[in-house]
Design a protein around this ligand. Structure first.
Ligand code: FBP
Length: 551
C-alpha cells in the first residue's frame, strides 16, 4: 500500500515510556479502595473484585521474566486517536514478559469475542500500525457485553486460544462491562484476567485517579486547528456567523478545550445550561444578545461553538428523554409496530402531560430523533441531531423580532459545521502517541502482576513522559448506581465539566471579552516534529486542572 511521507516518518517515531517501565517492574499496593458512590450495592454486586487496592509500578533490578502468556484485545465504541499505540504498547509489554507471549485481536469490537472472530497480531502487523490513527487494525464496534451467555460464549474462544487475559479498550460503558466480565470470570474461576484502558475523545472518562482518556488531546487539537481556520476566514470576510457543533455525546469537555484553544465569540457549555436551568429559548437569547452587541460595533460575523450533547442538558428535554427511555424500553414492540407517520401522536399520548408539551414544542426533526434507536448502551444518538442549525434558525427568528422592535439592524448570514468524525482517527499527537503506548505497556504489566478488574493508569501527565507514574486502578472504584433502560445499574460515573473547575473558571473569566472583542487564536495543525513547546504540550484542560503551564 502506498504511504505518505508523513506516514513513513511517523512510523519511525519511538514513543517515550515512563522510566519505571523501562526494565523489570514490581508492584506496590496502596490502601483498599471503595466505589465512587453506593458502596454497599456495588460491594454486593462485585464480591470478588470490590475494594481492591490501587497499584503503582516501581522499577526493580530483579529478573521479572515469566512464562509466556496469550492475551486478547478488543477495541470498543467510537474511534479515538492512539488505539493502535495501546495495542503496540501491549504487544511490546507482553513480549517483554516473555518473547513467546502472543496477542490476539477480536474483530469489530466486543461482538468479535462473542462470535469468535479474531486474528493473531504478529510483529509484522503491529509494525504497520505504530503511531497511526484509526482502529482499523482489528476494527471496533458497540456490542454491549452484558449477558452470561455472551460471557460464556467468549470464554469458549478464550479457552480454545489459551488466552489468560483480555484487554478491553473503551469508554465508561465498555469499562463498566469490563468490570462485570472480570467479576464473572473471577467468580466462576475461569482463570482469565480482564483489564480496561480509558478511551474516548469525549474526555468524560476521568476522575482523581484517571487524569484523562486517550484521544481527547488529538481530537481537540484537530478541531481547534479547523476552528482557528474558520475564525481566520470569518475575520477576513466579515460576513458570516459560523455555528460549529463539536462532538462529545454528553459532557462539554471538547467544546471547552476548543474554546480555551481558539477564543471564539461564544461557546455554550451544556453543564452550565443545566445548572442554570436554562430553556432552549434562553440559550437562543444569549446568542442573539451577542449578535446584537457585535452588530452595534459593525461586526456582523462571529463564531459559536455548540457541544453535541446540549439538547440533553436542557432540563425540560432531559426529563423528557428520561421518560422516553423508560417508555420505549417498556413498550418497544408496540412502538415498533406503529407506522412512522403515527409515531409522534403515539408518543405524545403515552407521555406525561408536562413531557408531552416539551415534546410537542421541539422541531419535528429533533423530536423524532429522540425516539429513534438508542445505541446498545441506551444513549440517544445526539451526533445525528442538527443542534447547530436548530440554534442558528432560532437566533435568526429572534433577531427578526428584535429588528421589528427597532433593537437590531445588523446583517445575519450563517454557516454550519459539525466537527466530530474528522478528529477521531487522526494520527495521535505526541502526547497521545506516548500516553497510549504507555497505557498498553502498563496493561501488560497489570497482566504480569496477575490482577483483574483493573484499569491501566498513567499519572502526572503534565510532566514529561519519563516521569509519568504507571499503575492500575480497580474499576469498581469509579462506579456508582444509575438508572439505565428503566433499571438501576452499576456504572462508571461520567465526568462532566465542573463549573468550579479551573478550565471552566478560566473560560468564564475571559468569555465576555471574547464575545464582542475579536480575540481569535489560531492553534494551527498538530506538529509531530519540532520544538517541545509546539509538539508535546498536553491539552489546556489538563494544564489548568493540574495548575501547571508546561513541563
Ligand atoms: P465513545 O464514547 O465510544 O468513545 O464514542 C464517543 C463518540 O465519538 C461521541 O462523541 C459521539 O456522540 C459518538 O461517539 C458517535 O457514535 P458513532 O461512532 O456510533 O456514530
Amino acid at each position: 500500500m502506498k504511504k505518505s511521507a508523513l506516514q513513513i516518518a511517523r512510523a519511525a517515531y519511538r514513543p517515550q515510556l515512563p522510566i519505571v517501565l523501562t526494565g523489570g517492574v514490581k508492584v506496590v499496593e496502596g490502601q483498599p479502595t471503595q466505589s465512587a458512590g453506593d458502596q454497599e450495592e456495588i460491594a454486593k454486586l462485585f464480591p470478588n473484585t470490590y475494594g481492591l487496592p490501587e497499584i503503582v509500578f516501581e522499577k526493580t533490578s530483579a529478573n521479572t521474566e515469566s512464562a509466556p502468556i496469550n492475551v486478547g484485545v478488543i477495541l470498543s465504541g467510537g474511534q479515538a486517536p492512539g488505539g493502535h499505540n495501546v495495542i503496540s504498547g501491549l504487544f511490546d509489554g507482553i513480549k517483554s514478559i516473555n518473547r513467546k507471549s502472543r496477542l490476539y485481536g477480536f474483530l469489530m469490537g466486543p461482538g468479535g469475542l462473542v462470535d469468535h472472530k479474531y486474528k493473531e497480531l504478529t510483529a509484522e502487523i503491529i509494525d504497520e500500525y505504530r503511531n497511526t490513527g484509526g482502529f482499523d487494525i482489528i476494527g471496533s464496534g458497540r456490542t454491549k457485553l452484558e449477558t452470561k451467555e455472551q460471557f460464556d460464549k467468549g470464554l469458549e474462544i478464550l479457552r480454545e486460544l489459551n488466552i489468560k487475559a483480555l484487554v478491553i479498550i473503551g469508554g465508561d460503558d465498555s469499562n463498566t462491562n469490563a468490570a462485570i466480565l472480570a467479576e464473572y470470570y473471577k467468580a466462576i474461576g475461569a482463570g482469565v484476567q480482564v483489564i480496561g484502558v480509558p478511551k474516548t475523545i469525549d474526555g468524560d472518562l476521568k476522575n482523581n485517579v484517571i487524569e484523562t482518556s486517550f484521544g481527547f488531546d488529538t481530537a481537540t487539537k484537530v478541531y481547534s486547528e479547523v476552528i482557528g481556520n474558520i475564525q481566520r476566514d470569518c475575520n477576513s470576510a466579515k460576513k458570516y456567523w459560523h455555528f460549529i457543533k463539536l462532538m462529545g455525546r454528553s459532557a462539554s469537555h471538547i467544546a471547552l478545550e476548543c474554546a480555551l484553544q481558539c477564543q471564539p465569540n461564544i461557546c455554550v457549555i451544556s453543564e452550565e445550561v443545566e445548572a442554570k436551568k436554562m430553556t432552549l429559548g434562553q440559550v437562543v437569547e444569549e446568542i442573539a444578545d451577542a449578535v446584537v452587541a457585535r452588530a452595534k460595533e459593525g461586526l456582523n460575523y462571529g463564531v459559536v461553538l455548540i457541544p453535541e450533547g446540549l439538547i440533553e442538558f436542557i432540563p425540560a428535554v432531559k426529563t423528557l428523554i428520561a421518560e422516553l427511555n423508560d417508555l420505549l424500553a417498556a413498550k418497544a414492540e408496540e412502538f415498533a409496530a406503529i407506522a412512522p407517520e403515527e409515531q409522534r401522536a403515539w408518543v405524545i399520548s403515552n407521555l406525561s402531560e408536562v413531557n408531552a408539551a416539551t415534546y410537542e414544542s421541539l422541531p419535528a426533526g429533533v423530536a423524532r430523533q429522540l425516539t429513534l434507536d438508542r445505541d446498545p448502551h441506551g444513549n440517544v444518538q445526539v451526533s445525528l441531531i442538527e443542534t447547530e442549525k436548530l440554534l442558528s434558525e432560532m437566533v435568526g427568528k429572534r433577531l427578526e423580532q428584535l429588528a421589528s422592535e427597532g433593537k437590531y439592524n445588523g446583517k445575519y448570514s450563517t454557516m454550519h459545521h459539525f466537527f466530530g468524525y474528522e478528529g477521531r482517527c487522526a494520527d495521535p499527537s505526541n502526547f497521545d502517541a506516548n500516553y497510549c503506548y504507555g497505557l498498553g505497556f502498563t496493561a501488560a504489566c497489570l497482566i504480569g502482576a496477575g490482577v483483574t478488574g483493573y484499569m491501566s493508569s498513567l499519572r502526572n501527565l503534565t510532566f514529561a513522559p519519563i516521569n509519568w507514574v504507571a499503575g492500575g486502578i480497580p474499576i469498581t472504584m469509579m462506579m456508582n448506581m444509575e438508572r439505565r433502560h428503566g433499571e438501576m445499574k452499576p456504572v462508571i460515573r461520567k465526568a462532566l465539566v465542573e463549573l468550579d473547575g479551573a478550565p471552566f473558571l478560566k473560560f468564564a473569566k475571559e468569555r465576555e471579552t471574547w464575545k464582542v472583542g475579536t480575540c481569535y487564536t489560531y492553534p494551527g495543525p498538530i506538529q509531530y516534529f519540532g520544538p517541545v513547546e509546539v509538539c508535546d504540550q498536553p491539552s489546556m484542560t489538563l494544564v489548568y486542572e493540574q495548575k501547571r503551564r508546561k513541563y
